[in-house]
Ligand binder design. Structure first.
Ligand code: UDP
Length: 247
């Protein structure tokens, strides 16, 4: 693990040169996997994540079927090589919790009634982790679901806000996440402002919560624009008969 920095903000700028309200560089590519129904590769700062969506498809085991609507399953997995100290492969408490909260973040947007008895499976693989992997995963999963043609009321966008050196900062990097005073990831339906995930580590005052929340919402709006651009680019390429990225 990196050592705790003495200061997180020097002359108004963060350790990676960002202003407090700036997102890390974001790159999104939709439709990158041939065998998935929908997919997305996303980089957010040091994070590199791949999302693949399969479905709507048969549910196995069958007793998990819902006769009235589709079920949504979400598996977040961190590759063993994605972090500095090798991560033990397979699910652990953290990945089970992240899978659950991320799945819940999509429940209000996926129109499940369209596909009774079927499953929509979302897989998020973290290839390189650099803080905020759950938010990066949600942003990628959202694009992959749209790429798969799953009926949704809207995309979901996600980012975190936190506090370091008594200053609110958007989209925490690793040192800020590990040693900061607070970390609050949110996911939002950008078209309505409805919150579908809100978690918090550490402490924020009521005022900080309000200001930080607004910062995170603005961050999510920017991510939403990038998600839409990536989808438009992917559809354009398909329309032009061009090859998908990765083919
Ligand atoms: N991390 C790690 N090893 C682990 C789990 C996490 O090095 O087994 C790092 C990784 O960089 C991750 C960060 O700690 O992004 C913060 O993890 P957290 O549980 O807060 O989730 P995240 O911020 O990634 O959603």
């Amino acid at each position: 693990m990196n050592a705790k920095p003495e200061k997180f903000i020097i002359d108004g700028l963060r350790l990676d040169g960002r202003r407090p309200d700036e997102l890390r560089p974001l790159k999104i590519s939709a439709g990158v996997l041939k065998r998935a129904d929908g997919s997305c590769y996303l980089e957010l700062g040091a994070n590199k994540v791949m999302a693949a969506v399969y479905g709507p498809r048969q549910v196995h085991p069958r007793h998990m079927q819902d006769a009235t609507k589709a079920i949504v399953r979400y598996r977040y997995n961190m590759a063993s090589f994605s972090v500095g100290d090798r991560k033990r492969p397979g699910p652990d408490r953290r990945s089970i919790e992240i899978s659950k909260v991320c799945r819940d973040a999509f429940q209000p947007v996926v129109i499940k009634e369209r596909h009774p008895r079927l499953a929509i499976d979302v897989f998020v693989e973290v290839l390189q982790a650099g803080a905020g992997t759950r938010t990066a995963g949600i942003n990628a999963a959202s694009v992959a679901l749209a790429d798969a043609g799953i009926a949704m009321k809207s995309l979901v966008a996600s980012c975190a806000v936190g506090k370091v050196d008594d200053t609110l900062v958007l989209d925490l990097m690793k040192e800020e996440d590990n040693y900061g005073q607070a970390d609050m990831p949110i996911a939002v339906i950008p078209t309505t402002g409805e919150i579908t995930l809100l978690q918090m580590d550490g402490h924020l005052t009521r005022d900080e919560f309000g200001t930080g929340f607004k910062m995170a919402m603005e961050g999510c709006q920017k991510i939403h624009e990038a998600q839409k651009e990536a989808l438009a680019k992917c559809y354009q390429m398909k329309d032009d008969g061009g090859e998908q990225v990765g083919e």
